[in-house]
Design a protein around this ligand. Structure first.
Ligand SMILES: Cc1cc2nc3c(=O)[nH]c(=O)nc-3n(C[C@H](O)[C@H](O)[C@H](O)COP(=O)(O)OP(=O)(O)OC[C@H]3O[C@@H](n4cnc5c(N)ncnc54)[C@H](O)[C@@H]3O)c2cc1C
Length: 295
């Protein structure tokens, strides 16, 4: 069941529906597509307890690396897989890397964007229905983001996030024609854990991937800077306590997500987790495992 169908059955109050669907911004699938179960998994854990990680997300990665290295696991960070090789009998035999190196293996866990899958593995390895399903996946929207710092504490965003939704109709973020001020914005803040009194603040505006506006042309940097200035002004207008406090450090466009997140079309969260995708469909043959975060 979709989140929209579930909410329509629950209430006719548009504001309540909007509030219960606002966290679609955390997984990127709009209410008419999102499975209510998946939305509840993301939102329920968010309502119950939100934590930030001491030292930031990288410290989580570093902890995993240190434990796994101690267990004898080898890492090849920054090494793209160019091909997943299979035998005639339909088993995984190894992977080749962009460098040309080859690593033999019997099992392969695939956790990259699903649209890369058909190009990485020979087509005969998959059942046609599986490939059809993967090719039909739609991406979540992209985003424009500002990473800022504040040299003074901002109590309004400490231990809480702010969602700016010009309309309770969260479906609207899908519309290409929506102007910047009509799109939902999300403001999140890191806790002051280093004792300096300052804070890190992230501003995000969900929007369709506009490759035209943010292609790497000579005007790219100027467009990115202007967009950041407009977004900062909008947020300061809506949340006056932030006015003058935020010092932008970096910003990100759909092109940034393409380049650094390896997202083929710049989407923020990869493919939409659609309600219809939850129907079991026989996947690839032995030795291949698809990450459960993928639809
Ligand atoms: C801006 C933002 C904020 C978020 N905030 C939160 C949050 O606060 N809390 C939370 O729980 N979740 C958050 N998320 C969601 C979370 O980041 C994702 O759910 C999670 O990273 C998904 O993990 P993954 O391993 O499935 O995919 P990814 O993290 O996308 O990892 C896939 C990896 O595969 C690599 N790759 C691609 N192609 C190849 C190739 N050919 N060979 C080898 N490697 C390849 C990519 O470079 C990438 O490193 C956020 C996401 C975004 C974008």
């Amino acid at each position: 069941m979709t989140l929209k169908d579930y909410l329509d059955g629950l209430t006719t109050n548009p504001l309540l529906k909007g509030i219960l669907s606002v966290h679609t911004m955390l997984h990127g699938s709009p209410p008419s597509m999102a499975s209510v179960t998946y939305h509840a998994q993301v939102t329920g854990s968010f309502y119950q307890s939100v934590h930030s990680i001491k030292g930031g997300g990288k410290s989580l990665v570093d902890s995993f690396l240190s434990v796994l290295k101690g267990l004898g696991v080898d890492f090849f960070c920054g090494s793209g897989v160019s091909r997943i090789l299979t035998s005639q009998d339909g088993s995984i035999t190894g992977v080749t890397l962009d460098s040309g190196d080859y690593i033999a293996c019997e099992n392969c866990i695939f956790s990259i964007h699903p649209s890369y899958l058909p190009d990485l593995v020979e087509e005969r390895f998959f059942r046609p229905a599986f490939l059809r399903r993967v090719r039909a996946y739609e991406d979540t929207p992209s985003a424009f983001m500002i990473f800022a710092r504040s040299d003074r504490p901002i109590p309004e965003v400490e231990n809480s996030n702010i969602y700016l939704c010009p309309s309770p109709d969260l479906e609207r973020w899908l519309h290409n024609g929506a102007g910047e001020r009509e799109l939902p914005h999300y403001i999140s803040c890191s806790r002051n854990i280093d004792g300096t009194g300052g804070q890190g603040v992230v501003l995000m505006r969900m929007e369709r991937s506009d490759r035209q506006a943010f292609s790497r042309t000579s005007e790219y940097r100027a467009r990115k800077k202007e967009s950041a200035e407009r977004m900062l002004a909008f947020v300061e207008e809506k949340v006056p306590s932030l006015a003058g406090a935020l010092i932008p450090v970096e910003s990100a466009t759909p092109l940034t997500f393409m380049r650094y997140g390896n997202s083929p079309r710049g989407s923020l969260y990869g493919s939409c987790i659609r309600s219809v995708n939850s129907t079991p469909c026989q996947g690839p043959r032995s030795g291949a495992y698809i990450s459960p975060d993928r639809p």
